[in-house]
Every structure is written in structure tokens, then in C-alpha cells.
Design a protein around this ligand. Sequence first.
Ligand SMILES: *[C@@H]1O[C@H](CO)[C@@H](O)[C@H](O)[C@H]1NC(C)=O
Ligand SMILES: *[C@@H]1O[C@H](CO)[C@@H](O)[C@H](O)[C@H]1NC(C)=O
Ligand SMILES: *[C@@H]1O[C@H](CO)[C@@H](O)[C@H](O)[C@H]1NC(C)=O
Ligand SMILES: *[C@@H]1O[C@H](CO)[C@@H](O)[C@H](O)[C@H]1NC(C)=O
Length: 414
Amino acid sequence: MASSSFSFLLVAALLGLASWKAIASDPSPLQDFCVADLNSPVRVNGFVCKNPMNASADDFFKAAMLDKPRDTNNKVGSNVTLVNVLQLPGLNTLGISIARLDFAPLGLNPPHTHPRATEIFTVLEGTLYVGFVTSNPDNRLLSKVLNKGDVFVFPEGLIHFQFNPNPHKPAVAIAALSSQNPGVITIANAVFGSNPPISDDILMKAFQQAIAFDPSPLQDFCVADMASPVRVNGFPCKNPMNVTSDDFFNAAKFDMPRNTMNKVGSNVTNLNVINFPGLNTLGISLARIDYAPMGVNPPHVHPRATELLTVLEGTLYVGFVTSNPNRLFSKMVHKGDVFVFPKAMIHFQMNLDHNKPAVAQSALSSQNPGVITIASAIFGSTPPISDDVLVKAFQVEKKVIDWLKSQFSENNHY
Ligand SMILES: *[C@@H]1O[C@H](CO)[C@@H](O)[C@H](O)[C@H]1NC(C)=O
Ligand SMILES: *[C@@H]1O[C@H](CO)[C@@H](O)[C@H](O)[C@H]1NC(C)=O
Ligand SMILES: *[C@@H]1O[C@H](CO)[C@@H](O)[C@H](O)[C@H]1NC(C)=O
Ligand SMILES: *[C@@H]1O[C@H](CO)[C@@H](O)[C@H](O)[C@H]1NC(C)=O
């Protein structure tokens, strides 16, 4: 295919893709250990335990040869060797795993997310340029050049990458991840290579992602005190004596249509802890989504929430893409239907009707789900992700990357 027509398709795809999401912290262990019985037919969250009397030291051991260089002779010039619960059954319920990363000279571990884990990364050999991008609306790129012995942390669910800028020497790193099965979603593959493919219409309009469960409440309620200078995970509580019924109420006008005259033809009205302080610590929020005829809520992720969508008016084509290997689960949903997008999975909705608008309402399992629109996080971050990284990740020419960056440099998220 001529590169110009490919560029057009890519661009069209990105403009069309609007949004994705997926995630969850691992549950806490309820006993000393629970070695995974990988042969059991019983399906649970994680794996069922082997009889503890039958567990041995070898269940907690793997001759993983993490000292040995891996073959980096592939398109991106990197190789990740992951030791998770599937390779080391003793990790079951323990919330941790490890990986060795090998980088060829100029090798790239392309932009990806781990829906279920924070990653702490140590450089063993060489130099690496690494970074991650925050959720909308800022999409800030926090990047740094790391040298041997340096440590860097990639927060759960955020899009990140590592690149070896040295044209002559390889590099090696070890990463520990806070899940027995962190999952990985490689942005370019998830968006352009899902099976079955995401429809071109959707790819023609949008793309984004982010992650982590909300902590459980430790009291009846904790209405956010937005004026407090104290910084905590979430917000500090107002004095409960000062709390009134109005703190648990919002005249949100969720019955009113919103304006969908924008590039993607959709409008999301969020009702979360920021505009509804009573939601603080409660692990829930709402959104109303309006779709113009042919409007798209482009591929994005909510780093911290599962989303339960109810169609109020019209018909929508909805879907989400799993972690690598990227399967697309999609469906036409009608008025009254309900669809669930698992935490931190890349997802989207599109109104396929040429004449009628559509409306949905979503409940989200976080007081502040966050949203990462794939296209804007990758091509519109501040400062921009280096061309070297994007050229290699998307396997296109530099001029295509520059054109895409020009399309997303303005702040066009919502
Ligand atoms: C313990 O292991 C033995 C052999 O490895 C197996 O035959 C037996 O069924 C196991 N017992 C339990 C309770 O899992
Ligand atoms: C990673 O390295 C291993 C061992 O060198 C090799 O078998 C495997 O094919 C490599 N994977 C990729 C994606 O290059
Ligand atoms: C309670 O509210 C009043 C007025 O709204 C304010 O002056 C006072 O400082 C508040 N008390 C506490 C303990 O937050
Ligand atoms: C969404 O709708 C509201 C109210 O109609 C409007 O003020 C806002 O600008 C719209 N947002 C976008 C992104 O179109």
C-alpha cells in the first residue's frame, strides 16, 4: 500500500477512535499462600489453590535464567521475559510478578499499559529513555533518561514506554509488577490489530487509557473537602457535623440533551467526586453520554473503573479490546440494554444511525475513574513523546507521526 494512503487510513483511524479502559488491583491473600493449581477445572478470580500439604519449595521457585540475554531481533528491537503466575504458580494471590527486558541498540518497548499493575523498573545495563503519560485532560508526558542502577516507577494503568537511544550498545532492565498477572495492552496493536478488527468508522473518529481500584471506605461517609490544602489519596473529609443532605445531591440535569457539535460527535457529562464531593471514598460515579447521528465516543480507557452502560435512547455499536493478544468483544445494543466494559480495557461506543441521536448513562466503579483517550495521550502529550519512539511503535514514517502530532496538539479531549 502506498505510504500516503496508509497514512490517511492511520489518521482517519485515530480521528475516529475515541476511548478505552480496564483494571483492578489484585485481591489480598486470605492465607499464607495459595499455590495455583493450573490443572483444576474450577474457575475463580485468579486460580484455585493446590492442597497446601502438597506444596513444596519448588512451587515458589523458577530457574528463569533472567541473567541470560534474550533475542531482540524483531521489528521493535526489544524482548520482554515475564515471570507471572502462569510460569510460577506460587505467585497466586500474592500480587507480584517480575520481568526482564532486553533492548537492542535503538530498541523500543512500545507504548503499552498494564491494566492491573504498577511497575518498578531498574536499569541493569546501558541507558534508557523512559516515560509515561497522565490521564486526560493534561496528558502530561513525564520522561527521563535512566542510567545503570537507576530506578523508575510507572503508575498502574498509565501508558508508558522505554527506548534505548544508544545506536551501538544494548540495554537490560528488570521490572517488578504489583500483580500476579499484570496484563499488557500494546496501544498500536490493540487499536490497529485487534481480532476481529475495530470498525474503520470507529477508528476514523477517536483513541485513550489509565488505572487502580478505589480504597474501601473506613467510615459511613467522607464528603470531600475541596478547599482543604491537605493532600491524600482522594480528598480529606469535611467535618461530619457540617455535612448536610445537599452534599449527597446534585441537580445534574441528566435528563437534558448535551451539545454534540464537535469533531467526534459525542459529549460525555461526568458526575464524579470533582463536581459531587459526597462521592469521596464511595467508589462510584456516573456519566451521561450523548451521541450525534454517527457520533463516536472514541477509544479510551478508565484507569480506575469498570463501566456499566445503559442505553436510554437509540442504538449503539459498543466494544472493548482485551489485553494482548487483543480480542475485540463488540455488540449492537438497543434502548434498555446494558453492557459492561471491564476495568481499564480500551473501549468505545458509536451511534450507527445516520439520522437519530442516541443517549446512554454509565455507572463507573470509582469516584474518579479517569479517562485516557488513546490518540490524544500518544500524539498530543505535553511535552510530546519523541518521534523515534512513535516511528518505531507504529512502524510508519516520521512525517506521518509529525502530521498526527499536529492533529492532536490542541487540547481536544472531553
Ligand atoms: C498430592 O500430590 C499427589 C502426587 O503429587 C497426588 O496424588 C495427590 O492427589 C495430591 N493430593 C492433593 C490433596 O492434592
Ligand atoms: C525473545 O527471546 C527468546 C529467547 O531468546 C526467543 O525465543 C523469543 O522468540 C524472543 N521473542 C521475541 C518477541 O523476539
Ligand atoms: C462548619 O461550617 C461553618 C460554616 O459553613 C464553618 O464556619 C465551620 O468552620 C465549619 N466547621 C468545621 C469544623 O468544618
Ligand atoms: C457538551 O455539552 C455542553 C452542554 O450542552 C456544552 O456546554 C459543552 O461545550 C459540550 N462539550 C463538548 C466537548 O462538545
